[in-house]
Design a binder for this molecule. Structure first.
Ligand SMILES: C[S@@+](CC[C@H](N)C(=O)[O-])C[C@H]1O[C@@H](n2cnc3c(N)ncnc32)[C@H](O)[C@@H]1O
Length: 273
């Protein structure tokens, strides 16, 4: 490790591009100073698991924020068939990444952009990958939560503060996490076509976790097992007579609809609180 840091420091002091080829030939993971975090590559096995957890496929557009040597974007294209964009502050890493993309035969599906991830527009992403820091993830969180519901976010080592991951795994010495951007459903919804007729659904939301009640036929029933996975909502209620009814549906803005156990249902948001 000391040798690597000395080599990196020497490169910086001399003002020459960091010698990535030399660093990669050493038997230890390379470390180079970066703008907000240093370059430390995610091991390939962890990259593979992050992309598999996120169920990346040919219809996806993956953005790696702080893309280092480009390995996540390149694997997303090569092994998972996706298109990918890497944003990286260090211009020499951009060159390394573009060369690697050509070598791996995916230069037509992978793009590397030199820039600051904090200023970068990643709203087109269907998948975002991160190996940054918890503090940076939390800083990016409002922009991530504003992405299209169902967008997957995979992070190596670092979490998102009090937004709990939807999945996590350990790969060798790496922890990897997955979040699915939840639809925004907080508020009061007028429900129609429930088995008991019209009802009022009141939802409070903390990320993918929901709580609330269903007011129906003069009763207020607490919601059980209420959750979101992207735009898919689930909840259940138990009526005074002990009958349990489960609801599963899809949210699209201020509307949701789905299949109940007995008949289809739908709802329209009437208030956002
Ligand atoms: C820990 S490395 C992760 C590299 C790659 N994503 C991976 O997992 O192998 C973080 C990378 O972010 C870059 N970086 C740091 N601050 C940045 C910023 N503000 N904008 C863009 N890139 C940044 C660093 O140069 C470094 O390459």
């Amino acid at each position: 490790m000391t040798r690597i840091l000395v080599l990196a420091a020497a490169c910086l002091a001399l003002g020459v591009p960091p010698a990535h080829a030399q660093l990669e030939s050493l038997n230890e993971p390379p470390v180079l100073p970066g703008k907000d975090v240093p370059w430390v590559p995610t091991p390939d096995a962890a990259v593979d698991r992050m992309l598999a957890m996120a169920q990346v496929g040919p219809r996806d557009l993956v953005y790696d924020l702080g893309s280092g040597d480009g390995r996540i974007a390149i694997m997303a294209a090569k092994r998972f068939g996706a298109r990918a964009v890497g944003v990286e502050y260090d211009p020499s890493m951009i060159e390394v990444s573009r060369t690697a993309a050509r070598r791996e035969g995916v230069a037509d599906r992978v793009r590397f952009v030199q820039g600051d991830l904090f200023e970068f527009d990643f709203r087109a992403a269907t998948v975002v990958t991160l190996y940054l820091l918890t503090s940076i993830n939390v800083e990016l969180r409002p922009r991530i939560l504003a992405l299209r519901p169902g967008t997957r976010v995979a992070s190596h080592m670092f979490r998102m503060g009090d937004w709990q991951p939807d999945e996590s795994a350990r790969v060798g010495s790496s922890d990897v996490y997955l979040w699915i951007v939840p639809a925004r459903v907080a508020g009061t919804w007028a429900m129609t076509r429930t088995p008991a007729g019209a009802a009022e659904l009141v939802l409070a939301q903390q990320f993918q976790r929901l709580s609330g009640s269903l007011r129906v036929a003069g009763e207020t029933l607490p919601l059980a097992q209420a959750s979101l996975r992207g735009d898919e909502i689930r909840f259940a209620v138990t009526g005074a007579g002990g009958a349990r009814q489960a609801f599963v549906g899809r949210v699209a803005g201020d509307r949701m609809a789905g299949e109940g156990e007995a008949q289809p249902w739908s709802a329209v948001r009437v208030r956002t609180r």
